[in-house]
Ligand binder design. Sequence first.
Ligand SMILES: [Zn+2]
Length: 574
Amino acid sequence: MATDTILKAASIITMNDASPRAEAVGIDSGTGLITAVGTLADVQTAAPDVAVTDLGSDVLLPGFIDAHSHPALGGMVTQSPAYWISPYMGYPAYSDVQAFWKKLDTQMPAGQALLFNGLDRLLQGAPELTNTDLDAFFPSRPVVVIDNSGHEAYFNSATITLNGWADGKPPADPVGARYGRNDDGTSNGRAYETAAVLGAVAKVLAEAVPHPLQSLARFFALMSGNGITMTTEHTFENNLLQGYEACSSVPGTPVRVALYHMSIEADCGEKLAISAPADLLWKQGIKLWADGSPWVGTIASSFPYLDSPVVRNAEIPLGPGGEAMMNYTRAELDKVLTEYAPLGWQFAFHVNADVRLNIVLDAYEHALVTNGLMGTDHRWRVEHVGGCRGVQFDRAASLGVSISLLPAQFIYWGDLLVGQMFPTEIGSQWMRGGDAFRSGALVTFHNDGSVSPPIPLLNIQCMVTRRTPSGTLHGSEQQVSLDDAIRAHTINAARQLFRDKDLGSIEVGKRADLVQLSADPYTVDSDKLTEQVKVNGTWLNGAKTDPDAFLAHISSIDPTEHQGLATAAIAHKC
Ligand SMILES: [Zn+2]
């Protein structure tokens, strides 16, 4: 390795326990590998003729890793030309959304189809819309609105016309999904669950998102702008591969992607032939679902919801959901694990509540024992786990199961969780970071694609302070240390994705994936982290990423080759 780049920073936070701080890092830009880490003098000794790039008062950290995402879906429904209208994207109340819609309809060319994502019945107090409601804002252009839970879509009368449904009546309900209907059988502008949502929105999607590859690329660029250098696609199926290959093959692609193949796909156990560099795009494992979403009442929990105005507005069944909310029976679970565990894939299990986590851990334990994997370095995962308990995390740790938390559930819904959705003893503890780290399990953080904007610094801030953006502290016993929170987005996440050998910390021989921050997170008040620490640059394989150049490259790719990407992305929600 030949050093041809030296970066000097105010401090380098290496996340390498043996040598936690440094001043300079040497890089071989040809291989993208780190050649030296230490004082400037140390690094220069090995490469005296190389010019030093001085980053001034900025600090360097290993690039952030978002351990569970859905960039394809996220790109289609949150990035331009789609509109992200969730409460945390500048539309705190339904009235804000209504004002935006009114304005937009007058500004956009006549007939231009529009796609919105993120209308929230809990946080914005939005109603369940009908086509008539939407016609008041959009009388003539086709418009689709995807609910923030992802389980429902609303559409206007122009969409019903565009769909060509005879007499305005939707087709027969697909398996596991349904269309909303008026008494006379005509569409009421609603579709529930993926298959029906897709049936209702596919034509609008094709018109509203004409260059789907660009939408995927924009999600890459968004992540890179927030310091993320590696993420995952947790709802992978083969129809997404071409799009990911295209993005990962473009020179200057800013983000590495690990693919988790959905267990409902017949070929999920097979290896993939991928025509992109293997260190940028690879298949990592298999994704399973245990239960649903806390925002629509489909979690398998032992505890009920409170009977409150917000819960009633969102029409959440009070529960407790219990085992009735499970997406697989234990026998079905065992069958999937038995079939694929011997192939060596890592499993990742979506599970939001406590009843389900017990059964997932039972199934994991059974599969680990029967496959002789107990005590091995399998790193099987559980995802989100918002309503799960500390004693369950202890058990996960004892099985070698790793935990990926979704801080957004606490950050954006935290003020509602406590006292409005659940009793304080449940709600204040939601997303138990403290318990997770105390269990000794490997713990990571994620943003889950279109569920929340991918901002690692905000996750770190709120999991350290346990304060929501309103400033309210909930469940101080679930606070985590700054060190643990940064680990959750760097070295721990690299380990969870089986990339800790070459990523996740700043060490000689590892790849130079870095994030350049405007201030040292350890020196600012954690409450002000996102205010005082900005991402000033992101480096992948030793090169500073240039999202604009990347997007320009993607724009030059013929969109007709990638028309299937939009429907493939939207066909599977987490
Ligand atoms: Zn997900």
